[in-house]
Design a protein around this ligand. Structure first.
Ligand SMILES: NC(=O)c1ccc[n+]([C@@H]2O[C@H](COP(=O)([O-])OP(=O)(O)OC[C@H]3O[C@@H](n4cnc5c(N)ncnc54)[C@H](OP(=O)(O)O)[C@@H]3O)[C@@H](O)[C@H]2O)c1
Length: 266
């Protein structure tokens, strides 16, 4: 029997590519969206409703899920969004929203499926983090904080779930061409002192987006992690990322200088 995989945020970007790739590879895939009815007839896999910001939606997820399938083997936590902008200019409420969705929403979905994984003494939880969960870039403070938080949380969870034969892994993509920028939030309390930096940061973000790579690379990496019995915790995707991470560990000052240089040239 083919394994069954739940992919959150399967209507767009990485999630859509991941779900399609897994479906084509013979897995039974269930995708989620806040508006599954918009996509259901167009996709080759089933879509169910999930809103990471709604406790009720997460609480009722297992019921809706197990109406469609008998057993769940793998959870792919992909859904998330980006709050963009200079930290001090972002209203705290929006920063809180970033954590509510990216961090708490992801954790709550994980907790919703864990009792099933523990009972069947098997399972795999793969979470789409980010390079921004390991380093940070200007204008990504809340996003980086939410992704750093996920790294720490799942690092601990990995130890706790070993005895239940539940594997935990992260995927850390660099910059990829998805709809993340179009779907980002940038409500700002403008502070004049930041006018020049804000302009530079916006140009820098354009530069990063232009450098964006083919998101199919991320779907391919996820398939590899799905098919590896004991995957590594950390799974970077993107050209040049291992250099960046090596720099982070051995020469953090150099990494900062590189980012500042790029920002000032933007
Ligand atoms: N693109 C990159 O360069 C990049 C790099 C590193 C990490 N990531 C991460 O990759 C993941 C996917 O992002 P993407 O780039 O593919 O962006 P995307 O194209 O904007 O897709 C985001 C997906 O998340 C879902 N989603 C957003 N907010 C949600 C909420 N509150 N509740 C439930 N679902 C929600 C959306 O579904 P609906 O709108 O249909 O509900 C959509 O399917 C995110 O976790 C992101 O942080 C992206």
């Amino acid at each position: 029997m083919s394994q069954t995989i739940l992919v959150t945020g399967a209507s767009s970007g990485f999630g859509l590519l991941i779900a399609n790739k897994l479906h084509k590879s013979g897995y039974t895939v269930i995708g989620t969206s806040r508006n599954p009815e918009k996509y259901a007839s167009k996709l080759p896999f089933k879509m169910i409703a999930l809103d990471l910001d709604s406790a009720q939606s997460i609480d009722t997820l297992p019921d809706r899920l197990f109406k469609e399938i008998a057993q769940l083997d793998i959870l792919i936590n992909n859904a998330g969004f980006l709050v963009n902008g200079i930290a001090e200019e972002i209203p705290i409420e929006l920063g809180r929203q970033q954590f509510e969705t990216n961090f708490w929403g992801t954790i709550k979905v994980t907790n919703a499926v864990l009792p099933y994984f523990r009972k069947q003494k098997s399972g795999k939880i793969i979470t789409i983090g980010s390079i921004t969960g390991l380093v940070a870039f200007p204008s990504t403070a809340y996003y980086a904080a939410s992704k750093h938080a996920l790294e720490g949380y799942y690092k601990a969870l990995r130890y706790e779930l070993t005895e239940f034969n539940i594997r935990v892994a992260m995927i850390e993509p660099g910059s990829f061409k998805t709809n993340i920028m179009e779907n980002s939030s940038t409500t700002l309390n403008r502070i004049e002192d930041y006018n020049s930096l804000r302009r530079k940061s916006e140009k820098y973000a354009d530069f990063i987006v232009e450098q964006g790579e083919d998101p199919a690379m991320v779907a391919a990496k996820v398939l590899k992690v799905v098919e590896t019995e004991n995957p590594n915790f950390r799974n970077l995707v993107g050209n040049g990322l291992s250099v960046l991470i090596t720099l982070q560990h051995f020469a953090y000052g150099m990494l900062e200088k590189t980012i500042l240089k790029q920002l000032n040239q933007a």
